[in-house]
Design a protein around this ligand. Structure first.
Ligand SMILES: [Zn+2]
Length: 357
């Protein structure tokens, strides 16, 4: 314990709530982020058992068996507490201490030091503070995976190796998911991480906070995220989204957007076409997150459930039906759904425009 000096709660200069982006999953025997933990959880047959998590930093585990709590990684339908959506995340366990060298302590201290250096209000320093979103969970850059392999397809064949390729995160403390200091931008390649940030921003915050998609210029979140009906009117890289109805067709799923896509001149002026996305079970199962998506989509087909679909991809002509358009994404990393119970959806909508913006 000499090297790994404990940071007892009373003397802790760091805030009680420390941001933890990755943790060691005891059952899986590896370091995972919360979305990987969720995927592994839903790969289990029922009854599924919740995992035990320890700190991702080796010394924390060996010296203190530092526990970390996984929150909401076992849910298919979104939860909310005090009218705030609760996204999957890791939470520090205040009863077990971290070591001084711990990557999460180091990051917290770097942030503390920055705070002490300039005692100006956060907003004057150009830093962000949000009402429902921790600044450490904010995403500055969405870097879509560059998938050279294979043709694009509506069923999104990103292989399991894509997920596995993101796994050695423990050796990379300044990875795409973390921010080592204030000056570092948080970059992610998994669309749902950006979606979580977007959904937790209030309407006014979405107008202020900026997101860069790939190499494009930064845009306010409320423009980087664009309703599907405006697909042909928007310029540059955007994340499109809209409410959807999910239907099961045997083992596969069709996802129909409620909003029709406006087709501008000179194509067929004034026309609005239906937009669909087809997901084949077989293709989903090829992806590290596919089993979760299948169960989440199945949940969305149930009465009283509401689903919202986000994608980074293209809208193309439907292969067989001229009156329809189809969504094409190159990877399942570029596709995310949120599923809520209707009561929650409508209550939330009245408080912050989350659903009906
Ligand atoms: Zn630690």
């Amino acid at each position: 314990m000499s090297e790994a000096r404990c940071l007892p709660g009373l003397r802790l200069p760091v805030p009680i709530v420390m941001h933890i982006a990755r943790a060691y999953c005891v059952q899986a025997g590896k370091v995972v982020d919360i979305y990987q933990a969720r995927a592994l959880f839903f790969e289990q047959e029922e009854p599924r058992r919740r995992f035990e998590f320890l700190c991702s930093y080796d010394t924390c585990r060996s010296a203190n068996a530092t526990r970390v709590t996984g929150v909401n990684y076992d849910k298919l339908v979104e939860d909310e507490r005090d009218r705030i959506l609760v996204k999957p995340h890791f939470r520090m366990n205040p009863e077990t201490p971290h070591s001084v060298g711990c990557e999460w302590v180091a990051r917290e201290r770097a942030e503390e030091a920055a705070d002490a250096r300039d005692r100006e209000p956060a907003q004057r320093r150009g830093m962000r503070s949000f009402r429902n979103l921790k600044s450490s969970d904010f995403v500055d850059v969405f870097l879509p995976a560059q998938l050279a392999r294979g043709p694009p397809c509506e069923s999104a064949e990103s292989s399991r190796t894509s997920g596995a390729g993101r796994e050695p995160t423990a050796a990379d403390p300044v990875s795409t998911r973390t921010r080592a200091g204030r000056s570092k931008l948080t970059r992610v390649d998994f669309l749902e991480t950006v979606v979580s940030a977007y959904e937790l921003l209030e309407a006014d915050e979405r107008r202020e906070a900026k997101l860069r998609i790939g190499r494009e210029a930064s845009l306010p979140y409320n423009r980087a995220f664009c309703r599907v009906e405006r697909y042909f009117l928007a310029r540059g890289a955007r994340i499109f989204h809209g409410g959807v109805r999910v239907q099961a067709h045997g083992p596969n799923f069709s996802v129909r957007f409620f909003d029709r896509v406006i087709v501008p001149a000179p194509m067929r002026p004034g026309e609005a076409r239906e937009l669909v996305l087809y997901l084949k079970r077989e293709a989903l199962l090829q992806h590290w997150n596919g089993r979760f998506l299948i169960l989440q989509l199945a949940e969305a087909t149930k009465p009283g459930h509401y689903a919202h679909c986000y994608f980074f991809g293209r809208v193309v002509d439907h292969p067989t039906l001229a009156e329809r358009l189809a969504v094409e994404v190159r990877s399942l990393e570029h596709l995310a759904f949120t599923v809520r119970r209707r009561a929650i959806a409508s209550k939330r909508a009245t408080t912050s425009e989350l659903i009906s913006y």
